[in-house]
Design a protein around this ligand. Structure first.
Ligand SMILES: [Cu+2]
Length: 222
């Protein structure tokens, strides 16, 4: 599980330090929910991909079944996991199709939910239901360089940044809550940061910029 793709390591600099800067929140006509736009950038101002952003209302939330939609897939292709980071709601089932010409043995030792998918071949698939929120670091017993993460979240409001470093969380309820950003190679406890955030009663999308300096990956992060 030692591998980190060059694409990921490009923007990874030395150390820590995380700063948040809240954008202006515009209060307009009352509404119960609005879209929340979040952009993740690193120290150099470059977009950070593979960051999972969640919003959790202070009052808690019962996960709507609809939020478990999916399907959620962590494929094995060209001896890599695809995608590198997959966010799923608690209770979701993730498929692990082998789209390669070789066998894979997928496993995780992560405390949230250790599991094994013993050797299976091209064209075959396995699935795992993730019952507990947390981070699942994946590996393959056959190919040490294969590495990926599944982030199991306990809120329906979540998304993963792409190359532009942005997500839009849809229909976030107005009111107090917590915004959390997790990225597997981010420095900090649990590789995540959380800040209180109050969603304004506005139809306007709201922004929240997060600056992230990530550390170089180390063995045994999970
Ligand atoms: Cu493999």
């Amino acid at each position: 599980m030692a591998g980190v793709s060059p694409r990921v390591s490009q923007w990874l600099k030395a150390l820590l330090s995380i700063a948040l800067a809240a954008a202006a929140v515009v209060i307009a006509a009352p509404a119960t929910a609005a879209d929340l736009t979040v952009k993740i950038t690193d120290a150099a101002g470059k977009p950070v991909h593979d960051a999972v952003v969640t919003f959790a209302p202070a009052g808690g939330v019962t996960m709507p079944v609809s939020a478990r939609g999916g399907p959620y897939t962590m494929a094995q292709k060209d001896r890599m996991f695809v995608p590198f980071v997959l966010a799923v709601p608690q209770g979701a089932t993730v498929g692990f199709p082998n789209q390669d010409r070789v066998n894979h043995h997928v496993y995780s030792f992560s405390a949230a939910q250790p599991f094994q998918l013993p050797l299976y071949g091209p064209g075959q698939t396995r699935s795992v239901k993730f019952e507990h929120a947390g981070t699942i670091a994946l590996g393959c017993n056959i190919h040490d360089s294969m590495s990926a993460y599944i982030r199991v979240v306990d809120t329906p409001w979540f998304a993963t940044t792409g190359d532009d470093g942005k997500v839009v969380l849809k229909d976030v309820p107005a009111g107090a809550g917590t915004l959390t950003v997790w990225q597997p190679l981010m420095d900090g406890a649990g590789h995540e940061i959380s800040r209180p955030f109050t969603m304004g009663a506005s139809d306007a999308a709201q922004g929240f910029d997060v600056k992230v300096h990530a550390m170089a990956p180390m063995a045994g992060m999970y």
